[in-house]
Write a protein that binds this ligand. Structure first.
Ligand code: AHM
Ligand code: MG
Length: 343
């Protein structure tokens, strides 16, 4: 029989709070509001296949109501679930160009939330796992009026909580407040997230690498060498590695957290800044993986130390088991050093 205690997300949050008497409860209320939004998005994702029967997205359904695209629906739902809780002063979403203000008639709080409402957009229509990613900061702007862009452009190191929800074969919410990472699985029959993966730790080294290999031609030569090295046979170092690539960051990082290994979305000669967004994707995932004992770099530097300069800026990412992230960093650094050597 399982030794994991039966614990709902709500009870877990309350018990965590008891351990920190100085906590105001604000963060708990944010997480609790978020979990409600996650349940609603999960319900919509699960019936997405029926949309064709009920009416195509972007058109009108049988009731004559317009059917929103799922990623826009998720954005709206998260905003609606979070705008009136009284804890946030500003939000920003991958789906919206500018910062999102809390409507005037609601109380302004001391926290900032950045989110990617539905990541893995190319997988939505083909029934493959997708996810929601979120990141929470304390406000840094003066006063208690509306939050500002400055609040949304903090270094990842300043996060006070981050998490993701994966809509896969089951729906899971994984989050951290910087110490320990815990995973909760949604029991749809009772509508509760139940603690299923307490204190998650990433393996020190893995056997899987995850990257869009179709971009090989455009990669840094050090990365090309690293991938070739992973494919060589050497029993002692567990090579060759296997490759897995879902194309949904949440799903690829979730597997990396559980099994170890490395997920990469590098810069390349066509996209010198990579593809993924620093504030909505890279920072929250880096915060979670580091809290689980892993590492996350942009090829050279720790992701969490990067100073964001724009809301939607992109950033290369190498994230996963410490051994594997250190290895790719060494291949890149050694190759740079070789290329700089005078002939
Ligand atoms: P999205 O924000 O449009 O969904 O794009 C982000 C997604 C990530 O989930 C995933 O890691 C990556 O894009 C896959 O990109 P590619 O199709 O170039 O491999
Ligand atoms: Mg995204």
């Amino acid at each position: 029989m399982s030794t994991t205690p039966f614990m709902t997300l709500e009870r877990f949050i309350i018990e965590q709070e008891r351990k920190h008497p100085e906590a105001t409860g604000a963060l708990s209320r944010i997480l609790s509001d978020l979990s409600i939004a996650a349940k609603i998005v999960s319900r919509e994702v699960n019936k997405a296949g029926l949309v064709e029967i009920l009416g195509f997205t972007g058109s009108t359904n049988v009731h004559g109501e317009s059917v929103k695209k799922l990623d826009i629906y998720a954005h709206d739902m998260l905003f609606k679930a979070m705008d009136h809780g009284g804890q946030l002063c500003v939000m920003a979403s991958e789906e919206e160009e500018d910062i999102i203000h809390i409507p005037k008639h609601f109380r302004i709080g001391k926290y900032v939330m950045l989110f990617d409402p539905l990541d893995g957009s190319s997988n939505i229509d083909v029934n493959v796992s997708i996810g929601t990613i979120f990141s929470i900061y304390k406000r840094v702007s003066e006063g208690d009026g509306p939050g500002t862009l400055e609040d949304c452009l903090q270094r990842g190191l300043e996060q006070v909580a981050a998490g993701y929800v994966i809509y896969g074969s089951s729906t899971m919410l994984v989050y951290t407040v910087g110490e320990g990472v815990d995973g909760f699985t949604l029991d749809p029959s009772i509508g509760e997230f139940i603690l299923s993966h307490p204190n998650m730790k990433i393996p020190e080294k893995g056997k899987i690498y995850s990257i869009n290999e179709g971009n090989y031609k455009y990669w840094h030569p050090g990365l090309k060498k690293y991938i070739k090295w992973l494919q060589e046979e050497e029993k002692e170092s567990g090579r060759p590695y296997s490759t897995r690539y879902i194309g949904s960051m949440v799903a690829d990082v979730h597997r990396t957290l559980l099994y170890g290994g490395i997920f990469m979305y590098p810069a390349d000669s066509r996209n010198p800044k990579g593809k993924l967004r620093l504030q909505y994707e890279c920072n929250p995932m880096a915060f979670i993986i580091e809290a689980a004992g892993g590492k996350a770099i942009d090829g050279y530097k720790r992701i969490l130390e990067r100073v964001p300069t724009a809301l939607h800026e992109r950033c290369p990412i190498f994230i996963g088991s410490p051994f594997d992230v250190d290895k790719v960093a060494k291949f890149i650094a050694d190759t740079d050093a070789e290329l700089e050597k005078p002939i």
